[in-house]
Design a protein around this ligand. Structure first.
Ligand code: C2O
Ligand code: CU
Ligand code: CU
Length: 560
């Protein structure tokens, strides 16, 4: 009954004429209530390709302006305020070529005050304007001064700048293999809000190898930015506040995680896409703040995997489903041949907090297969050469624990080896050396399903380098001695738990890895191309903004 009253209130607010016919009120859309939102009524938008201001032999030059804009997330929603690159959400797509550098002047024309709740207790937030921005090209191999260090932020007109700010024009050398990168905001303490407000876009690198392969191109090569979001009744963005710190001075307060109640793809809630009965290439990024998803297709058909975060894999292969945590990407073919007239839904295996199937977020978007079109593509099996990094070549093993503390306001604070962002750096890999990093996530409840708190994974991301996932192994969290393990690798009991190979979908170059609950996750990484100061962090944005981030300083090799 309360629900009905709510609809009635909304109906007068939003200009609907009063009606005594109760059936009509049931059809009213309340963007804050997923069950009232019609699914698959908006066509999937495809972000425009950005044109350079000037082109040259040495580099192409672009300018991108961050500004507030109005955006309709759904046919039946009112207009919502967003922050967008060039006022667009997602931002415009960069199409670039390996070996041809790109320079971008990132311009902030946003207001000083944020429209989402800013927590002033977070790093850098206390005495600077609320809206600080800095752009990070996620997955890119770039020099430190163009990497978008969280403290290299700037405000409107570069009026205020962070401690590490040093340049207006960023340079992207594009020396890495063809891949799907994405650019997003990375400003200290407000990344979660800026990204949620719309500051994210695609950056594609092509190369000659990729172009020589018989793959769907042009309008058959589509990027999908997938995010969970929640809305207010008027269709504007809803971002929650943490109400647990019982301290009047902490208001607003950062939440432990953000879990939305709708699925948004390329800026539309539950869109559809008309497709031809042929092969399409989809580059997917999970750009959600906190939520990891496992994706599959409603007809049980397999995806055909082409790539991971860092680009093409060595041999393409079918995969029925795959997990994607925040910031992870996957490059897949979906073959709609022979499916004329059918509707295929991209689905997730999302659970609600009780561990039951979540009804609404189980559906992401719809593909409607038409009758015209087709292709003559024979998908290549061998995509590119892939060299496995050898464990025997690693000169160092680092061990890092996902730690939990309580802050002075009684809030949970997640850290790495009990260190905060501003604690002195501890990760100083030497230039051109190989290291193994082992991450232990000692929070595990055997009685809870995987994916439901406390059994959540932390997507750990390293700037600068693409790495390879080696293995995972379950350990006994109750007998775990974190300090011992960090110092000398003892104090851990794996029992008879097997060493698990990486998921089939993550065999390739990765820049973000799921550190699963109750497991040690091992990666191998070669630090090369640049020295200098970067960061590594958990890509759950609510964790990253609140201390689950550390410096990564690549130093010159010591030669005697
Ligand atoms: Cu996509 Cu440091 O982040
Ligand atoms: Cu990154
Ligand atoms: Cu985390």
């Amino acid at each position: 009954m309360e629900g009905n009253n709510k609809f009635l209130e909304e109906s007068s607010d939003s200009g609907y004429t009063e009606s005594s016919d109760t059936e009509c009120t049931e059809n009213l859309v309340d963007p804050s209530i997923p069950a009232t939102i019609p699914k698959f009524v908006d066509e999937l938008p495809i972000p425009k390709v950005l044109q350079p201001v000037s082109q040259g032999n040495d580099y192409d030059y672009y300018e991108v302006e961050m500004k507030p804009a109005k955006h309709k997330f759904h046919r039946d929603f009112g207009e919502a305020l967003i922050y967008g690159y060039n006022g667009m959400y997602p931002g415009p797509t960069f199409e670039t070529m390996k070996g041809h550098p790109v320079r971008v002047k990132w311009i902030n024309n946003l207001p000083f005050k944020h429209f989402l709740p800013v927590d002033k207790t977070l790093e850098d937030a206390i005495d600077s304007p609320e809206v600080r921005t800095v752009v990070h090209l996620h997955g890119a191999n770039v020099a430190p001064d163009s990497d978008g260090h969280p403290e290299a932020w700037f405000t409107r007109n570069f009026e205020y700048t962070g401690a590490k700010y040093c340049r207006r024009v960023y340079e992207y050398p594009n020396q890495q293999q063809a891949t799907t990168l994405w650019y997003h905001d990375h400003a200290m303490g407000v990344t979660r809000l800026n990204l949620y407000a719309g500051l994210a876009g695609f950056y594609l690198i092509h190369d000659f190898n990729e172009q020589s392969l018989d793959l769907p191109k042009g309008k058959y090569d589509i990027p999908l930015m997938i995010q969970d979001k929640s809305f207010k009744p008027d269709g504007s963005l809803f971002y929650p506040e943490n109400l647990t710190p019982r301290n009047p001075f902490v208001h607003p307060s950062v939440v432990r995680a953000f879990i939305g109640n709708t699925m948004v793809v390329n800026g539309k809630v539950w869109p559809y896409l008309n497709v031809e009965p042929r092969k399409y290439r989809f580059r997917m990024v999970n750009a959600s703040n906190s939520n990891g998803f496992t994706f599959k297709l409603s007809n049980g058909q397999a995806f055909w995997q082409l790539g991971t975060d860092g680009g093409l894999i060595s041999v393409s292969k079918p995969i029925e489903k795959f997990p994607l945590d925040p910031a992870e990407r996957i490059d897949v073919i979906i073959d709609f041949s022979g499916l004329e007239g059918q509707i295929i839904t991209l689905q997730t295996e999302e659970l609600d907090l009780q561990g039951n199937p979540e009804i609404h977020k189980r559906e992401v978007m719809q593909f409607r297969v038409g009758s015209k079109g087709g292709d003559t593509i024979t998908l290549p099996q061998n995509l590119r050469r892939f060299d496995k990094l050898e464990e025997s070549k690693a000169i160092k093993t680092r061990r890092i624990v996902m730690t939990q503390e309580t802050d002075e306001f009684g809030r949970v604070k997640l850290t790495l080896n009990n260190l905060e962002f501003s604690d002195p750096a501890t990760e100083f890999p030497e230039y051109d050396t190989i290291e193994i990093w082992e991450f232990a996530n000692p929070v595990f409840n055997p009685n809870s399903p995987i994916g439901i708190p406390p059994n959540i994974s932390h997507p750990i991301h390293l700037h600068l380098a693409q790495f390879q996932v080696l293995s995972r192994q379950q350990f006994n969290v109750t007998t775990f001695n974190a300090n011992q393990w960090i110092t000398n690798g003892t104090g851990i009991d794996f029992g008879t738990n097997p060493v698990l190979a990486p998921d089939p979908s993550e065999i390739g170059w990765k820049d973000t890895v799921r550190v699963e609950a109750g497991q040690v996750t091992r990666i191998i990484v070669h630090f090369k191309n640049y020295t200098g100061e970067y960061v590594w962090h958990c890509h759950i944005l609510e964790h990253e903004d609140y201390e689950m981030m550390r410096p990564l300083i690549v130093i010159k090799k010591y030669v005697d």
